[in-house]
Design a protein around this ligand. Sequence first.
Ligand SMILES: [Zn+2]
Length: 455
Amino acid sequence: MHILLVLLASMTIASGQAETKAYQDVVDRIVETALAGKTDHRLLKELSALGPRLSGYPGYLAAVSWAESTLKTIGCDRVWRQPVTVPYWRRGPVETAEIVGSAKFTGRSLAIAALGGSPGTAGKPLTGGVIEVNPYTQLEQLDSLVRDRIVFFNEPYDHRILRTFEAYSKAVRQRSEGPVAAAKLGAAAAIVRSVTSRDDNVPHVGGVHRDSLVKPIPAVAIGVTDAEFLSSALQLDPDLQIELNLSCENLGAAQSYNVIGEIRGSIYPDEIIVVGGHLDSWDKGHGAHDDGAGCIQSMAVLGLFKKLKIKPKRTIRCVLFAEEERRQSGANAYAARSDSLKEQHFAAIESDRGAFTPRGFYVESDSAITQGVQKFLPYLQSAGIDWIRKGGSGANISKINNIKAKIGYVPDDQRYFDFHHSDNDTFDTVNPRELALGTAAIAVLTYLISEAGIE
Ligand SMILES: [Zn+2]
């Protein structure tokens, strides 16, 4: 080889090595600072203290103000709120289910909680016989037997499935689709076994699908222990009835907001990298894992950049999405605004799977881009990331157009559905170190995408 070519080749290798070393130095500082700081745990405590962040609730608006001022304190170049119209449903103080009309079981109350969007029982008890459906697909065969009765969906969470999100997706149909399907067949109400991996008696709530042609019926979640009890009670007394009293109500639309903060890119300010989670939660527990943690991690990424005086080449934007839980109103509004402004998103990273130890990232893109992200794995191992694979990213960023890669942060989610949408999802169940490691992993990936690009 010509001596000049040898020289050029060795210079390229040397500059590549220097770049690798420079990146690794920053990565190490990001991880160390995230782990030592405990900032995110303190912020999650503050957010958890603001009250339930269900859309339309005062707690949500308090969280909007809190997030705005926190992003300003962090030192973002720009912080704003984007108006979003959201559905406003309120849980009422009356929420009971009791067995009646049974020699053996009358007076036994059941642990229930209304599902999001459920109508109430109009100030009087709704009483009906019960028909059990398990598995969910059995509903169609029952057809006219369902009329005027309370449909009890009792398909259990399938513990044999390794991936918890898969098990959840399988079991959640009876909650999301069951009530409207039962209403179509003329049912009076629906009781749905909680979709959870934990065998306790805490109801796990969630949204239900709507059909503009079908009048919704009252729908509640029941704790797993009481679902088992009700099933065995029905064996002994198939004619038992249940009296439901619910004062929840739909109050139309409410004004809400996405909260957005950004650090402008120093070289490519028009190329945006989003880090985000959803700021709303159910009104059970603190919404600490779902998705307080994801919001805090997204804010903390910007906090780390500021603290370490990293001036990113590309714009880093934290988006805290409004109203993910029922209709993804915040995600839709954000994408629509970006489209109208013709914004160019370089990448988006979502955290919405709980505050657990990092495992990997799913990349939603073509193979070339996925491989580009996979090149960062050696750096990400410093933050406990084991793998980067092609896969689905997340509901909040899924609507963004004009983007290279949508990426979902994946912690060890084996325990996620123990907490999800229930009183179990409290601040004290979040481990500060696991939360901070997640922040570090997302911050490292954000940094590398910003500085090195993805090709
Ligand atoms: Zn969530």
